[in-house]
Write a protein that binds this ligand. Sequence first.
Ligand SMILES: [Fe+2]
Length: 433
Amino acid sequence: MFDSAEERKACCVDHDSALERFAEMRRESEALTANLTPEDQSIQSMADVSPTKWHLAHTTWFFETFILTRLDPNYRVFDPAFAYLFNSYYEAVGPRHPRPKRGLLSRPTVDVVAAYRDHVSTAVTRFVDEAPAEAWHAAAPLLELGVQHEQQHQELILMDIKHVFSMNPLLPAYQAPRQQIRGPAAALGWVEFTGGLVEIGHRGPAFAFDNEIPRHKVWLEPFRLATLPVSCGEYLGFIEDGGYARPEFWLSDGWAAVREQGWEAPLYWRREGGEWSLFTLSGCCRLNPVEPVCHVSFYEADAFARWAGKRLPSEAEWEIAAEGLTVAGNFADSRHFHPRAAAASPAGEKPILRQMFGDVWEWTASPYIPYPRFRQAAGAVGEYNGKFMCNQMVLRGGAAVTPAGHARATYRNFFPPSSRWAFSGLRLAEDLG
Ligand SMILES: [Fe+2]
């Protein structure tokens, strides 16, 4: 995850700051799940979804496996059977329980998982507190990776419980309703970029995942990018124009998905008596035309763009546009857990990019492939990203369920093109000249 010894050193903050960050992140995972019952935390509603308690245990296993059992000779494993239950996909670490069967694990119970978390958190804290310089040098990058990893799972906890609750005819709400901005709509504008020979990718010394490096050159033709993500109202226009019934807008695989899955609208949209409503983490609510559309697949994003006479931006275009912007927006710390409409901009204001960060992950037209000269790290942690660089598309920017501080302009999220349970939306781009 680090380009050089210099970057590794820069990231090796002092023990106390690292422990403070670790403890705060662990508390956040527990806060996000505090209102969920043991029954809620055990359900797996589809193969892509994991039960809440599995996320809580797997993120703990990560610290236990990659830090404590390797670097702390005094560590006592909590339960040797957990290595099989909570290994996600690390071939180098050993065999594992099949992913689609995580919902069959009534044991360990939520209480035992909580005890496992306490055991590992206490051991990590003691180890870091007492680690001599050499051990700390080895552990610090792994501790940071473990924190970033658990933050990714915090987002998954929210994505997954939303899907779990959506499957229940009672439509339980994860949290109380939140206030929405219902208009007036912010005016859509465009920001132009000259393109040319540009550089993208992470520049140290702060943490980045290995898929964000090396920084490298890319050629861009002149383009422009919409100032706002596509709204529910704009997307409704696509639906009402027969978008889901007209193959001319769809990629071949997308059209096959529409027919096989019976898609007629984004995931979590429901139509009753001619009225559209959405299922959210705050329960059902009336469709809000001015908020960003969410829970569309890459195929739907691409079809919408074609219908609109535009296209999706490449990830390099998105990154060049986002470079230099403040990474702020509607992230998980707002506790809204749903995209929000942009406030109307003052009349005559020069078009500026808004909501690039937070609200919805934005699908790009770029396949998730390694950057030029990418090298997978040695050992099991090298499996973190590299082996997934096939058959997935890149999304940028972060969403309303992404932990604040976890996103950045170079961050590459990725999902298969048919996935809809992530908080995924889109922003339009267009060629210039
Ligand atoms: Fe994981």
